[in-house]
Design a protein around this ligand. Structure first.
Ligand code: PLP
Length: 391
């Protein structure tokens, strides 16, 4: 059976050109970047060259890039680092976030509330999953005097693909004396992110989302922001992330980002056209279907739909049987279908919130793949609705 991979928001395959760039750093140039000898200096050179590349692409200084093990760690360093700095300087800490963040943010924020006593404020989202600047302004009223506040809002939503108006939101955070972090894990490699234009203080990325290696990523931290790291150890990454550098992963991150940026206009054009055909075709062919997320201000290759009275996990299994790998976009368990908290936050009723489908396109996606999905989807949905109606 021909297999069609439409889960690029979950992860992407490593680009062979990225693998080529990484290859020498596994067994030829293998020194520890902290060592003073020749081998160490070679590794350090690769590390700092990669840092310069990433900094240039995000329009920041190399010293503002912290290499991490991926999006989850970048998010954790941003939130925990600031919470612990607030604790150390004896200042109240407030986190302002939305109900549609990735768990790397939402679970961390809840834990910081429960363990460190951080105040947690949630700003609502609209039907597309975006934060309205006026709602953020209202949520930021009466912050504690002398405290530290961090607004953390996702750049591009993993489940429904919508983009937040980050420059406007960051500006409002700053007007209220708060710092601004964005989880740009889905956005990096898909949009030309410039941290000066975005106006953010911290930004998380993950390499495996843009054809780079798994277990690698970065956090932009604007100069002057004090983070107290949870991962203590040696002085790597200017004391912001201890642990021997993953030099192949870091080299791969820089190369993947460079390629993504160079190919961005063509990739965006191609994926947007395929995505639009997929969305329009699905809405036309399947009854009781809606597009979730914003119709145009969304990830180029991201199609997210809800089907009334359909369970996502059943649909995913039916599609997999037809050779199509998709996702619900949320962590739903087989046999224990839970409504998607993100779709609930967007205002969808119970007849919709178990039926999310995320089809995310990438380099390998072709017109034939879209045709195959549009042929399989109505049949799969009809079969599920028939079975469920008789259950
Ligand atoms: C928006 C978002 N943030 C964070 C993460 C976690 O990134 P990683 O897999 O690199 O830990 C993901 C991964 O799906 C994501 O989509």
């Amino acid at each position: 059976m021909r297999r069609i991979y439409l889960d690029h928001s979950a992860t992407t395959p490593l680009d062979p050109r990225v693998l080529d760039a990484m290859a020498p750093y596994f067994s030829e140039i293998y020194g520890n970047s902290m060592a003073v000898h020749h081998f160490g200096r070679e590794a350090e050179h690769a590390l700092e060259t990669a840092r310069e590349t990433v900094a240039r692409l995000f329009n920041c200084a190399p010293g503002e890039i912290v290499f991490t093990s991926g999006g989850t760690e970048s998010d954790n360093i941003a939130l925990r680092g600031l919470a612990q700095h607030a604790r150390l300087t004896d200042r109240p800490f407030t986190i302002v976030t939305s109900p549609v963040e990735h768990e790397a943010i939402s679970a961390t924020a809840r834990q910081l509330r429960d363990v460190l006593g951080a105040a947690l404020r949630i700003v609502p989202v609209d039907h597309f999953g975006r934060v309205d600047p006026d709602d953020l302004r209202a949520t930021l009223q009466n912050l504690p005097a002398n405290g530290i506040a961090l607004v953390t809002l996702i750049d591009t939503n993993n489940e429904v693909g919508s983009r937040n108006p980050i420059p406007a939101l960051a500006a409002i955070a700053h007007e209220h004396g708060a710092l601004f972090h964005t989880d740009a894990v889905q956005a990096a490699g898909q949009f030309a992110l410039d941290v000066q234009q975005l106006g953010v203080d911290m930004l998380s990325i993950s390499s495996h989302k843009f054809y780079g290696p798994k277990g690698a990523g970065a956090l932009f931290v604007r100069q002057g922001i004090d983070l107290v790291t949870s991962q203590t150890g040696a002085s790597h990454e200017d004391h912001r992330r201890a642990g021997t550098h993953n030099v192949p992963g870091i080299v791969g991150t820089a190369r993947a980002l460079e390629l993504a940026r160079a190919e961005l206009p063509e990739t965006t054009r191609r994926l947007t056209a395929l995505r639009n055909r997929l969305i329009e075709g699905a809405l036309e062919r399947v009854t009781d279907t809606q597009l979730t997320g914003h119709p145009t201000d969304r990830l180029p290759g991201h199609a997210s739909l809800v089907f009334k009275n359909v369970e996502s996990n059943l649909l995913l299994m039916h599609l997999d049987q037809r050779g199509i790998a998709a996702s619900s976009g949320s962590a739903c368990k087989v046999g224990d279908p839970q409504p998607s908290p993100i779709l609930e936050a967007l205002g969808y009723g119970p007849e919709w919130t178990r039926g999310g489908l995320r089809l995310t396109l990438g380099h390998s996606t072709t017109d034939e793949d879209i045709d195959a999905v549009l042929a399989a989807l109505p049949d799969a949905i009809a079969q599920i609705r028939r079975i469920t109606a008789h259950a």
